[in-house]
Design a protein around this ligand. Structure first.
Ligand code: 0X9
Ligand code: ZN
Length: 445
């Protein structure tokens, strides 16, 4: 029923289930947030409110045009997309003769429950501190910068060489796992956090020990703490995406995944500050993206990077700012081989990110474009927003989503020493027997 791109991958027929945080959730409001403000626009001013809209669009070109106009596309099928649009974005969409098929003010969206297990900022830090306390010999917590509102951006370092741990600099091949660029994508924090926990809990397992001994591992689970806290601070989910940059006139937020400085602003992002895909005033205008940039620039041993987002069950690789594939065919082959291999474990759809829609300024285009890092975006579960809960699938999915993505993460770690070796068809002598070209789905690491 659906076109290739829209179909084979996802029916991302979204629905944003929730906005309201479950009563009794342990997620706490924080002092930073002004709970009387709603959605980053003028409180209570209906005309400034974001809306969740369905817009007719049946090609990737039409979707890219909508992204250009400032729509934050969250879900798509063959004939239309769903996404968020501010009033001014919506006006431009209509002026461009797109059909708006449905329109739901953001505050009317439904809500999930039982989300206490998700980590807020303090809880995420506490979880890292706990892991650090249990594994002080091979872990360290480091701030890589501060958010717009002054929160530390925490990085969790795992390295078995004491000098590397102390200095934060290692000669071992590096892997970075990141989460929560987008505020409402809370599951994208849980998975890297659980990965750190898994690696340390199983540190005596010979296979894991071999990985830990030979890799420089960084987990940066919450790149956008202000936005994530804002999303939950009132006790009701706000479906907030951006950071909390004050753009003036009661308008807040820059889309951090449009703010990286590689081909910044060349499509699929907006200069309208009210847009959910506002690219910021300049490339790397935001302290959060600056922190990631500076961190990666200072860790040139980084070979692979995985940034978690949600949702749709996709494995995305550059380019995202244009439809053309990566020019370096060998690199392109590595990306596609890694993506298809990882997809055999998690069942996600591997594809170039611009097949979804063109978007410039994202993490992976920059990491690969600036540093040649094999950088992937995972769009976690659910595949479908209507039945799956969209950004708010509930805590019940956390364990399965982590398990689905464990082997892909271990594979990323494994191949980090030399990602080009995935092109070989023979056993590589790597740490594991994921022997290409087949992958045994039952393989346990
Ligand atoms: O639009 C995004 O930033 C990502 N999707 S999300 O629903 N998590 O917001 C996808 C980015 C993929 N990259 C490009 N299409 N360039
Ligand atoms: Zn995202």
């Amino acid at each position: 029923m659906l076109l290739r791109n829209a179909l084979s991958r996802k029916t991302r027929t979204l629905f944003i289930t929730s906005i309201l945080l479950a009563a009794g959730s342990s997620v706490q409001a924080v002092s930073y947030a002004n709970a009387s403000d709603v959605g980053g626009a003028s409180p209570g001013v209906a005309s400034a409110e974001q809306a969740f809209v369905q817009i007719g669009a049946s090609t990737k070109e039409a979707r890219s045009r909508l992204a250009d106009l400032g729509v934050s596309i969250e879900s798509l099928r063959s004939d239309s997309v769903w996404g968020f649009a501010s009033p001014s974005v919506l006006a431009r969409v209509k002026a461009a003769h797109f059909k708006v098929l449905s329109h739901t003010p953001a505050h009317l969206l439904d809500f999930p429950s039982q989300d206490a297990r998700f980590h807020n900022y303090q809880e995420a830090l506490a979880a890292l501190q706990d892991l650090n306390a249990k594994n002080p010999d091979i872990t360290r917590i480091q701030s890589i910068g501060k958010s717009v509102e002054g929160r530390d951006l925490w990085a969790f370092h795992i390295n078995t060489t004491p000098e590397a741990l102390a200095s934060g600099v290692s000669g071992k091949p590096g892997a970075i796992f990141m989460g929560n660029h987008h505020a409402r994508e809370h599951l994208s924090l849980e998975v890297p956090l659980m990965l750190a926990e898994y690696l340390l809990t199983n540190r005596k397992d010979p296979k894991i020990a071999a990985l830990l001994d030979s890799r420089d591992i960084w987990v940066i689970p919450m790149v956008n703490p202000d936005g994530a806290e804002w999303d939950i601070a009132s006790g009701s989910y706000r479906s907030w995406r951006k950071n909390r940059r004050d753009n003036g006139s009661g308008v807040f937020g820059v889309d951090l995944n449009r703010n990286y400085g590689f081909k910044w602003g060349t499509g699929g992002s907006s200069s309208d500050a009210t847009s959910d895909v506002f690219k910021g005033k300049t490339a790397f205008s935001e302290p959060e993206t600056q922190a990631v940039r500076d961190f990666v620039d200072a860790h040139l041993n980084t070979k692979v990077l995985l940034t978690f987002h949600s949702y749709s069950e996709l494995i995305l690789y550059p380019w995202g700012h244009k439809y053309n594939p990566i020019e370096n065919t060998r690199d392109h082959d590595v990306f596609t081989k890694m993506a298809t291999t990882m997809a055999k474990w998690n069942g996600y759809t591997p594809e170039q990110s611009s097949s979804l829609y063109i978007a410039s300024g994202d993490t992976t285009d920059w990491a690969y474009g600036a540093h040649g890092i094999f950088a992937f975006t995972f769009e976690l579960s659910p595949s479908d927003g209507w039945s799956g809960g969209g950004f708010y699938p509930g805590a019940k999915v956390i364990d399965k989503v982590f398990q689905d993505n464990l082997n892909p993460c271990l594979y990323m770690l494994d191949v980090a020493d030399d990602p080009y070796r995935v092109l070989g068809t023979q056993p590589t002598g790597g740490l594991h027997s994921y022997v290409e070209p087949w992958v045994d789905p039952a393989l346990r690491w």
